[in-house]
Structures are given as structure tokens and as C-alpha cells.
Design a protein around this ligand. Structure first.
Ligand code: HEC
Length: 103
């Protein structure tokens, strides 16, 4: 495969990967963030509730990412996901702060 074709295929696939929710992201969510965010325990912004996330998102994604990594008020560092990478947290924040269709 030529490098040109490779770069082109990257360009084409990029938008799709950012729209679809990676099942792995959901798995990570279910094994850590869900404990507090599903019901808003301890004042955690409730998952998938657009309204409560507006103020949080207004801080900027870098701040949110940093707060999850270092811990923020009632949230322990890494949101109890010690295996999560920085990219995983970016995906997780996007996932829980957006309304999701009921299953
Ligand atoms: C032990 C409970 C707990 C777990 C587990 C947890 N959170 Fe939180 N989270 C909280 C609480 C409580 C807040 C709200 C803190 C506040 O504003 O008082 C919060 C806030 C946040 C915020 C907003 C931070 C801000 O700056 O306003 C983000 C983003 C977030 N959590 C993401 C996650 C992600 C992603 C995970 C899973 C990897 C996770 N949380 C796991 C309790 C938790």
C-alpha cells in the first residue's frame, strides 16, 4: 500500500471513529464510572443527562480531563479506572456527557 493511499484512508476513517461509541469505552464506563455517575452519587453529574453537563463542558475538555486524572472533589483520581489511558478518559468523558439512546 502506498503511503499516499494510507494517509487517504486515515482521513476517511477518522470522522467515523469519533462518532461511533467504542464498545470498549462502554466496558470501561461499566466497570468504573458507572458506580457514581449513573445515579449521581455524591453530587456526580449524572451520565447522559445533557443538562447537568453543560456547566462542566463549559470548563473545556482539557480541564475536565485533568480533573478526572488528578481527582476532583468527591471523585477519586482516575475515576477509579487505574487501567484507563488518557485517550480512554477523553472517550469516556465524551460518552457520559452526551445523551445516549435507551437500549
Ligand atoms: C467514586 C465516585 C466516582 C467515580 C468512580 C467517578 N466519578 Fe466522576 N465525579 C464524581 C463526583 C462526585 C463528581 C463531581 C465533583 C463535584 O463537582 O463536586 C465527578 C465529576 C466528574 C467530571 C466533571 C469534573 C469537573 O471538572 O467538573 C467528569 C468529567 C467525570 N467525573 C468523569 C468521570 C469518569 C470518566 C469516570 C470513570 C473513569 C468517573 N468520573 C468516575 C464521582 C465519581
Amino acid at each position: 500500500m502506498s503511503i499516499r493511499f494510507f494517509l487517504l484512508s486515515l482521513l476517511i476513517s477518522a470522522p467515523y471513529s469519533s462518532w461511533a461509541i467504542d464498545p470498549f469505552t462502554i466496558e470501561l464506563y461499566q466497570s468504573s464510572c458507572v458506580i457514581c455517575h449513573e445515579n449521581g452519587a455524591g453530587g456526580a453529574p449524572k451520565s447522559f443527562d445533557d443538562n447537568v453537563w453543560q456547566d462542566r463542558l463549559a470548563k473545556g475538555s482539557d480541564v475536565l480531563l485533568q480533573n478526572v486524572i488528578s481527582g476532583y472533589k468527591g471523585m477519586p483520581p482516575l475515576g477509579m479506572c487505574s487501567d484507563c489511558t488518557q485517550e480512554d478518559f477523553v472517550d469516556l468523558i465524551a460518552y457520559i456527557s452526551t445523551e445516549q439512546a435507551e437500549e
